[in-house]
Ligand binder design. Structure first.
Ligand SMILES: Cc1cc2nc3c(=O)[nH]c(=O)nc-3n(C[C@H](O)[C@H](O)[C@H](O)COP(=O)(O)OP(=O)(O)OC[C@H]3O[C@@H](n4cnc5c(N)ncnc54)[C@H](O)[C@@H]3O)c2cc1C
Length: 544
């Protein structure tokens, strides 16, 4: 009670909930893609990450941003980054749940079974609470795929990467209980075009001395980085630890931290290497081929996180409109709001079905050529579509909360600022489209097989045949680059329709009707869904 008025008609906090139990679409997508036995584990995770305590840690880690401590009080270089304790808590909880390593067996081989699907479900829920800290988590997980080409390094690091301990002490990685890894590719003159990297690597005995800069290198308190640099045979990948094997601090100097739109809990540095110690990973001259193994996995995580952000936005919006009345009626009962939210719920149903289908492909790829082909062709298409759709989706979710959505206390404002980065890093939108074209030309037979399978899985659904015909024609055009966005978006929509069809044929039909046969136009709610379907979609999206 304030002095002048009673606080009325505001929604209670959306906290202390089980993020898994409330998310029917997630549970069904996990089960349909091999993770049926993980319900209890995921519910435990969902309750923990859905707690008010974790939400508060997310807020604190973003409001109290990391600080670069370049020097100590006597002028000695420190090159360390200080984080708020809430950030360390988030890291510890993610590490404890194995988000940074659970898809690997202790020797660094893929863990198999449904480890990708189950981890993705956790990553998605964590992303809906706090996304910034997941940057070092995803890079650590992904680095193992690149280290795999260098068995001595992999064998050395896996016992430390493989623990579920988070150890933020500034110490040489072999002495630590757990470690994190980052990556340094982007330079001032080019991020997409890493061939233009100017950083040099000179042989020094069995190791290398690396000199140059990186314009973006996130999570600088990682214990080691996979870095690209020019060696005698060309662009090569190096393992660069924060400490030299002799115990001294490696010659890595941070210039400053980026002042970013979002992603505030995560530090992103500009850095110089002054003859820094590095060990070759893979062969000289094969740097891109080596590091792309890592990037494939971080791209997968960009897609998962984007869908996690959208799901969180939808849940917060639905929760709010069920408590907020306008003109004596709950917003949740106003036909136009129902049209908007059910359309958004349909988008999330399709997105989660699609990313979980992709994660099944990651699970199966090591032993199944078809799954490997699905993964190769669709990872860039799915990263493109999910990451591109997230900012617009979150803007709409924010608007459902009216003014409350726009202010910093609201998680929607944070999610909205966070969302665009997933489309930019790990290969921006156009680069993803070009990568789909590359897969189609270099692995034509495998890619054509995947297109045929999608055609079969969506056969008879509204607009599916036309979409497939369009895709086939567009990709064959000599000027395919110019229409690649159109074709890649249709490919992602078609794959989403197929993935959803395995879980909920009715939702797949609605999705195809509005997205493939109809012209969705990008505004949520500008569709004409049957009232029964609207009710079902809203009930599923957030059971009351
Ligand atoms: C918060 C943040 C953290 C980051 N952290 C890291 C990190 O830890 N390590 C790291 O190495 N990098 C990091 N990056 C850098 C990021 O990966 C690059 O910004 C990204 O790859 C794009 O490179 P660029 O900025 O040089 O843009 P450019 O390569 O100049 O691209 C600009 C635009 O042109 C488009 N484009 C490129 N080529 C083509 C083409 N042939 N046809 C049509 N369009 C094209 C791209 O899609 C993009 O939209 C980070 C970036 C951000 C924002």
């Amino acid at each position: 009670m304030s002095l002048t008025h009673e606080v009325l008609n505001q929604s209670p906090p959306f906290a202390d909930v089980d993020l898994f139990a409330l998310d029917t679409a997630l549970a069904e997508a996990v089960a349909a893609n091999g993770g049926a036995g993980a319900g209890r584990e995921l519910s435990e995770f969902g309750r923990h990450w859905g707690s008010a305590v974790m939400a508060e840690r997310g807020r604190l880690a973003n409001e109290n941003t990391p600080k670069l401590r370049t020097f100590d009080s006597k002028g000695n270089r420190r090159d360390q980054v200080e984080f708020h304790p809430a950030y360390h808590e988030l890291m510890a909880h993610s590490a404890h749940a194995g988000l940074h390593n659970s898809t690997w067996s202790p020797d660094g081989r893929p863990a198999g079974k449904a480890s990708e699907v189950v981890r993705a479900a956790k990553f998605y829920m964590a992303a809906g609470v706090e996304t910034g800290h997941l940057c070092p988590i995803t890079m650590t997980r992904a680095s193992v795929a690149a280290l795999a080409v260098q068995p001595d390094l992999l064998n050395g690091t896996m016992p430390v990467i493989g623990t579920r301990a988070y150890d933020p002490t500034f110490a040489p990685w072999p002495t630590k209980r757990g470690m994190t890894l980052g990556m340094g590719m982007t330079e001032k003159q080019g991020g997409t075009d890493v061939r233009a990297n100017m950083t040099r690597a000179e042989r020094d005995g069995s190791a290398y001395r690396i000199t140059g800069h990186k314009w973006f290198m996130s999570a600088p308190m990682c214990d080691a980085f996979l870095v690209l640099a020019q060696a005698e045979q060309g662009l090569s990948c190096f393992f660069m630890p924060r400490f030299h094997p002799d115990g001294s601090v490696n010659a890595i100097e941070f210039q400053r931290l980026k002042d970013k739109l979002g992603n505030r809990s995560n530090a992103s540095s500009e850095v110089e290497f002054l003859g820094a110690y590095g060990e070759l990973v893979g062969e000289e001259g094969k740097g891109i081929r080596t590091i792309i193994q890592m990037v494939q996995l971080t791209r997968q995580d960009c897609a998962i996180a984007s869908v996690g952000l959208m799901r969180s936005g939808l849940a917060h919006a639905l929760h709010h409109v069920r408590h907020r009345s306008v003109f004596q009626k709950h917003l949740a009962d106003q036909p136009l709001m129902r049209a908007v939210l059910s359309d958004m719920a349909l988008h999330v149903e399709a997105s989660i079905a699609l990313v979980m289908r992709l994660c099944r492909a990651f699970d199966g790829a090591p032993v199944d050529a078809n799954e490997a082909a699905y993964m190769r062709l669709l990872t860039p298409a799915i990263k493109y579509w999910t990451c591109k759709s997230a900012p617009g989706f979150l803007y709409e979710a924010m608007e459902c909360l009216g003014g409350n959505g726009y202010v910093e206390e609201s998680i929607l404002a944070r999610h909205y600022r966070e969302a665009p980065v997933n489309a930019i890093w790990e290969g921006s939108g156009n680069v993803m489209c070009l990568d789909v074209l590359r897969a189609l030309s270099r692995e034509a037979e495998a890619a054509t097989g995947i297109l045929q399978r999608l055609a079969e899985e969506t056969h008879g659904l509204p607009g599916a045949g036309e979409a497939m015909a369009f895709i086939g024609k567009a990709f064959r055009r000599p000027d395919a680059e110019g229409v690649a966005r159109l074709a890649v978006e249709k490919l992602a929509l078609l794959a989403a329709t197929a993935a959803l069809n395995q879980i909920s044929p009715r939702h797949s039909e609605l999705f195809a009707t509005t997205r493939l046969a109809g012209n969705h136009g990008g505004m949520y709610g500008a569709v004409d869904l049957p009232p029964d379907d609207i009710g079902r979609l809203l009930d599923r999206a957030l059971p009351q």
